[in-house]
Design a protein around this ligand. Structure first.
Ligand code: BG6
Ligand code: MG
Length: 217
């Protein structure tokens, strides 16, 4: 049995279903640019920063734009996203996640956020969950996007716990790759067909207690 002392949660698609809002917002921007955007493209962009996601879409469309236009497009995508995610409320937390976080805290484990999103603090505040986190690392604090492990390494450092003792929860392949690159055990949230190289993949937290998650490691 692994000695897990902390859990690092991704946000979008793990704590709340804002991953679908990112998808709709990117597709809207891609439509505006005349670039096709499929659900496979969305899968590839999960966990990827705003700037790297824009570069992916521009590259797909063969578009070369100046830096000021890129900033304008990122702002436009974020406005589309906020139209959808700005109404997030505590009822939007995914099934079982609040119960899991509470049971981790009761058992003395630390809890951190490891998200690529610059909107993470706003979303956690709207979910009324921000006070439950011992450390928050998000898109405002990192220079390298997942699959680079920076976001999780910073989270482990903030908790002062070695990566091997921090379990990561991720819905994105880029996040699973980031966790593996940093030496973190990782559980995928989603479908085992879409997510590879995690210690285990579960569809969500709804049917799982902390003990049943530990049994998967
Ligand atoms: C990640 C999402 O959590 O954050 C990506 O999976 C998103 O889809 C990225 O692009 C950056 O988010 P934001 O809120 O900073 O644009
Ligand atoms: Mg995610």
């Amino acid at each position: 049995m692994r000695d897990i002392r902390a859990c690092i949660f991704d946000l979008d698609g793990v704590i709340v279903d804002t991953a679908s809002h990112h998808f709709v917002a990117w597709r809207r921007l891609a439509d505006e640019l005349g670039v096709p955007f499929s659900s496979e493209d969305n899968e590839a962009l999960k966990g990827v920063s705003r700037v790297d996601s824009l570069e992916y879409i521009l590259n797909k469309g063969g578009l070369v734009l100046d830096p000021a236009t890129k900033v304008r497009l990122m702002d436009r995508k974020n406005a589309h996203y906020l139209e959808l995610a700005g109404k997030t409320s505590p009822a939007d937390a995914l099934p079982g996640v609040v119960e899991l976080i509470d049971s981790l805290k009761e058992q003395g484990l630390k809890v951190a956020l490891g998200s690529s999103s610059k909107n993470a603090e706003m979303i956690l505040t709207r979910l009324n969950l921000i006070d439950r986190f011992d450390a928050l690392v998000d898109g405002n604090h990192i220079t390298l996007s997942k699959p680079d492990p920076e976001v999780f390494i910073s989270g482990a450092k903030a908790l002062d716990i070695a990566p091997e003792h921090c379990l990561v929860f991720e819905d994105a392949q880029s996040g699973i790759d980031a966790a593996n690159a940093g030496g973190f055990p990782v559980i995928g949230i989603g479908s085992a067909e879409a997510l590879t190289k995690a210690a285990a993949v579960i569809p969500g937290f709804g049917d799982y207690t902390w003990d049943s998650i530990c049994a998967l490691l």
